[in-house]
Design a binder for this molecule. Structure first.
Ligand SMILES: C[S@@+](CC[C@H](N)C(=O)[O-])C[C@H]1O[C@@H](n2cnc3c(N)ncnc32)[C@H](O)[C@@H]1O
Length: 407
C-alpha cells in the first residue's frame, strides 16, 4: 500500500523546481486530506505549487473569446501567504502566465491552495462554486482612466467576464457545460457578476433530456441587439426543449424553431395568465426580468400555479431585495415585500404542518406544493411537487417528550 503522507511530502526525492514531480504529488493530493495538501505545500513552497497549478490552468483553459486583452489575477492563498498569478487572456491566443509586468488587473479571483488543488485534481463531480471570491474592475489605480474609456466600458465588462470565465473553466476538472454555453452565447449567467450556471446544472440535470417547456422572463438586449443570449443557451442545453422568453419589448425577430419571444409585462397578472394558458404549463420558469421586488412577487404569485409538478421556479438577482431603488429594504434584513422576503415565506410554507393553523383555513398553493427551496448567493430554485410529508403529531410536542423522559 502507498503511504500517502510520504508519497506527498517525502523531501528525499523532491526537487521543487521539477514540475513533473511536483505535479505528480499534486495529483495524489487532489483526493487527500486538507492536512496532507497543506503539508505538501509547506514542503514544496507556495511559489512552486502556485506556478505548477498556473501551468495546469493555462493548459486547461478553453480558447479565449474576449476581444479586449484582459489580465486576470489569480491570488492563491496558503496559511498567511498569498501568491498572485496573472493570466493574460485574449481571443486567438492561448492563455499564458505573465512573466512581465502585468497591465491593469480588471478581474481578480482569490482561492485557497487546498481548494484549487481539489478543483484541478480532485473528484470530477465536485461542487463548482462556493470556494472562491472574485471582484471585477477592482479599484483601478487611476479611476479617471475608467471614466475616459466609458464608451468602451460594456466591451471591457463583457471581455473581463469572458476572460474570467475562461480562467475558471481552466480551474475545473471537467468542462462546465453551461458555463461554456453561457460564454458562447454571451449570457451573463456565468463569470460576469453572476456565477449561476453550476447551480443551474445541478438542478437541471434530471430535466436535460426531457421535452421540457421553459419560460424565461426578461430577454435582454439593447437598442440595436434583440438579446436572447440565455434563450439560445437554453435551446442548446435542452436539446428537446421548447423555450419561451417574455419581455416588455417586442423581440419576435428572435423567433425560430423551439424558441419563441413573447411580449408582455411581468407585473400584469392578466397578461401572464393569457401567456401561461396558451403556452404552459412549464417545467421551469426563470425570473430574470426587471428585478423590481413588486414584479417578482406578482410573477411568482401568478405563474407558480403554471409550473408542472416536479418543475422549478427560479428567481435570479435576489440582491435587489436590498436595493431601495428596486423596492427593496434599506437595512440588512429583507422585509416580506421583497424577493428574499418571498423566499423566507416559502420556507415557512414548506413547514406549514409544523405550526398551528386555524382549522378552518385550507393550506395555500405554496403550502401544498413547495417541496424544496434551494437558496444560493442571489438565486433561488423553488421546487414544486406534493408537500405531503407529515410532521410530528401535535401531542408529541416538547412537553410530551419531557414527560416521557421523566418516566
Ligand atoms: C437582465 S435583462 C434579461 C437578460 C436575459 N434574461 C439573459 O439572461 O440574457 C432584463 C430584461 O427584462 C425586461 N423587462 C424589464 N421590465 C420588464 C417587465 N415589467 N416585464 C417583462 N420584461 C421586463 C427588459 O426589457 C430586459 O430585456
Amino acid at each position: 500500500m502507498v503511504d500517502t503522507q510520504t508519497e506527498l511530502t517525502d523531501p528525499t526525492d523532491q526537487d521543487p523546481t521539477d514540475l513533473t514531480d511536483l505535479t505528480r504529488r499534486l495529483v495524489h493530493a487532489g483526493t487527500a486530506s486538507d492536512d496532507q495538501i497543506q503539508a505538501l505545500v509547506d514542503a514544496a513552497g507556495l511559489d512552486a505549487v502556485a506556478r505548477a497549478l498556473g501551468e495546469e490552468i493555462c493548459f486547461r483553459c478553453p480558447e479565449p473569446v474576449n476581444p479586449m486583452p484582459i489580465d486576470v489575477a489569480l491570488d492563491v492563498g496558503h496559511r498567511d501567504q498569498e501568491r498572485r498569478l496573472v493570466l493574460h487572456v485574449v481571443r486567438d491566443r492561448p492563455v499564458r502566465l505573465r512573466e512581465d509586468r502585468p497591465g491593469t488587473i480588471w478581474s481578480q479571483v482569490g482561492i485557497g491552495v487546498t481548494d484549487l488543488v481539489r478543483r484541478l485534481y480532485g473528484r470530477g463531480d465536485r461542487r463548482m462554486t462556493g470556494d472562491f471570491r472574485n471582484t471585477f474592475l477592482p479599484s483601478p489605480d487611476d479611476p479617471e482612466s475608467l471614466y475616459s474609456m466609458f464608451s468602451e466600458l460594456s466591451t471591457l465588462l463583457s471581455s473581463a467576464a469572458q476572460a474570467t470565465g475562461t480562467v475558471m473553466a481552466g480551474c475545473a476538472p471537467r468542462c462546465p457545460d453551461l458555463g461554456e454555453l453561457s460564454l458562447r452565447y454571451g449570457s451573463d449567467k456565468w463569470a460576469s457578476f453572476h456565477w449561476y450556471t453550476p447551480h443551474y446544472e445541478r438542478h437541471f440535470a434530471s430535466l436535460r433530456d426531457e421535452p421540457v417547456r421553459i419560460l424565461e422572463i426578461g430577454i435582454g438586449g439593447y437598442e440595436d441587439d434583440p438579446g436572447g443570449s440565455s434563450l439560445k443557451m437554453w435551446k442548446r442545453f435542452f436539446h428537446r426543449g421548447e423555450i419561451f422568453g417574455l419581455d416588455l419589448y417586442d423581440k419576435s425577430e428572435l423567433n425560430e424553431t423551439r424558441l419563441t419571444a413573447l411580449t408582455g409585462d411581468q407585473n400584469a397578472p392578466e397578461e401572464l395568465i393569457a401567456i401561461a394558458e396558451e403556452h404552459g404549463p412549464f417545467d421551469v420558469v426563470i425570473d430574470d426580468g426587471s428585478h423590481m421586488n413588486e414584479h417578482v412577487h406578482t410573477s411568482f404569485r401568478t405563474l407558480f400555479s403554471y409550473v408542472r409538478a416536479g418543475g422549478l421556479y427560479v428567481i435570479e438577482d435576489l440582491q435587489t431585495a436590498y436595493f431601495p431603488g428596486f423596492g427593496g429594504s434599506s437595512g440588512d434584513t429583507a422585509e416580506p415585500h421583497t424577493s428574499i422576503g418571498l423566499v423566507k415565506r416559502l420556507l415557512d410554507d414548506l413547514h406549514h404542518r409544523e405550526y398551528e393553523q386555524r382549522s378552518d383555513t385550507e393550506p395555500s398553493l405554496t403550502q401544498r406544493t413547495v417541496v424544496g427551496v434551494h437558496m444560493y448567493h442571489n438565486i433561488v430554485f423553488v421546487e414544486k411537487g406534493v408537500n405531503g410529508e407529515d410532521g410530528l403529531p401535535a401531542w408529541m410536542d416538547a412537553s410530551a417528550w419531557d414527560a416521557l423522559g421523566a418516566k
